[in-house]
Design a protein around this ligand. Structure first.
Ligand code: JHZ
Length: 394
């Protein structure tokens, strides 16, 4: 019998996409962010899933094309898929603003994007986009109109979908016999190493290990044949699947290497999660201490990048407007609003003002890009505060 064991309670959290129009709303929705480990599948997930309609709606703020790093990563991947697999058709689950799928205008390219404001963008770009949630019924509708797919791609989306069995079944049903499925999501091994507990929030129902992915997908007839470790989004895995029945595709040696490495880390054992939980509690204490000390000296502190991830840190550590004066962000749909739960104003990025010496790195996953961009700030003695891998003034 599978046991679902609670290993960390991160307290009450809001909807991360709910960037507020007013600073103190009286009806903000909160849920308990608790993490569990499934002893049978080895899957790590949230205990309480939030209704998808609350999270993914026509006010969805995240734009996958907002960072240069990601624009380049998607363009590079598109070229590599074209070269290696020469697909005649491609489907993207979670096509966001089209940053990836727009590279496939010469073949049959289909998007799936339940956030209607985003689906409108790609439909305007002449990419047929279904503004519905991915499931078996939608997959049947899509196949009826488009036949089976050579490639199905999904970045930072499968970890957001609650019913994984149905999700992978629908993928398997939609692939042609030689077709491949590529999934890209944050890596659990990296989360454990970096203590990046902010990878857990309402949308991230799961953070996948290769071990868990193998266990879940084999049930529906999918087999991992290659894995690429990525630096994006704080450390992700790009996992390639084929149908079990397809023996034309060779299984790369790196699959067993990843599985072995995870076994050595103890990803299949509860102890690792108990240790992680202890580290997260220590991390909170230390981060709050850093903020308190700086505030005592009267230092203004701003936030850099109002990420969904940072919502977990701010709400868990109770870092509100008293600690962070405002966030700077380049995303137009976030500017002029307030951070969910902690009610910190978000301002348009126009460089870091000269009176600011400390900036909390909400977008720590883009550290390299940001450090390059903020040379002037660093030169004049400006410092970033980050909680990854442990709270520190950088
Ligand atoms: P970003 C989102 O997570 C949500 P977030 C989602 N659930 C997910 O899985 C991942 O993306 C993939 C800003 N920024 O995407 C832009 C600057 O202001 O890394 C963004 O608001 N200046 C779908 O939100 C934010 O930071 C900059 O120079 O946790 C980055 O958000 C840069 C580089 C970014 O992750």
């Amino acid at each position: 019998m599978a046991k679902k064991i609670n290993f960390l309670n991160l307290g009450k959290h809001p909807i991360t996409n709910n960037f507020l129009k007013v600073q103190n709303p009286n009806n903000e929705f909160f849920y308990n962010l608790d993490l569990i480990f499934n002893s049978e599948t080895k899957l790590v997930s949230l205990k309480n899933f939030v209704s998808p309609k609350r999270m993914f709606n026509d006010k969805y703020a995240h734009r996958a094309s907002a960072s240069k790093t990601m624009r380049l990563a998607y363009s590079k991947l598109a070229k590599s898929i074209e070269k290696k697999f020469k697909p005649k058709s491609i489907l993207e689950i979670g096509s966001n603003d089209g940053v990836f799928i727009k590279h496939f205008m010469k073949i049959n390219n289909i998007g799936v994007e339940p956030c209607k404001n985003l689906a409108r963008i790609t439909n305007k770009m002449k990419i047929k986009t279904y503004d519905e949630f991915w499931n078996i019924s939608l997959s049947k509708k899509i196949i009826k109109h488009n036949k089976f797919f050579d490639v199905i791609y999904s970045a930072n989306t499968i970890s957001h979908i609650h019913n994984l069995d149905e999700t992978f079944q629908a993928v398997n049903n939609s692939l042609n016999n030689n077709g491949i499925f590529i999934l890209e999501d944050p890596s659990l091994a990296e989360v454990l190493k970096n203590r990046s507990y902010d990878q857990f929030y309402d949308e991230h129902a799961y953070v996948f290990s290769i071990t868990a992915l193998k266990n879940i997908t084999k049930k529906v007839g999918l087999q991992i044949f290659n894995i690429e470790k990525l630096k994006t989004h704080g450390g992700s895995n790009r996992v390639y699947f084929k149908k079990f029945s397809n023996d034309k595709i060779k299984i790369s040696n790196n699959v067993s290497k990843h599985l072995k490495n995870e076994k050595q880390m103890g990803i299949h054992k509860l102890d690792v999660y108990r240790k992680f939980s202890k580290n997260v509690k220590r991390s909170k204490k230390k981060l709050v201490e850093i903020f308190r000390k700086l505030k005592k000296k009267g230092e203004p502190i701003i936030g850099y990048g109002a990420t969904y991830k940072s919502s977990t840190v701010l709400n868990y550590c109770n870092l509100n407007h008293e600690f962070i004066d405002y966030f700077l962000d380049t995303t137009p749909t976030k500017v002029g609003k307030f951070t969910p739960g902690t009610h910190i104003p978000i301002m348009k990025y126009n460089g870091i003002p000269s009176n600011v010496r400390f900036a909390f790195l909400g977008a720590w996953n883009f550290k390299e890009e940001i450090f390059k961009k903020e040379k002037e700030f660093i030169k004049r003695g400006g410092k970033f505060i980050s909680h990854v891998p442990y709270p520190k003034i950088l």
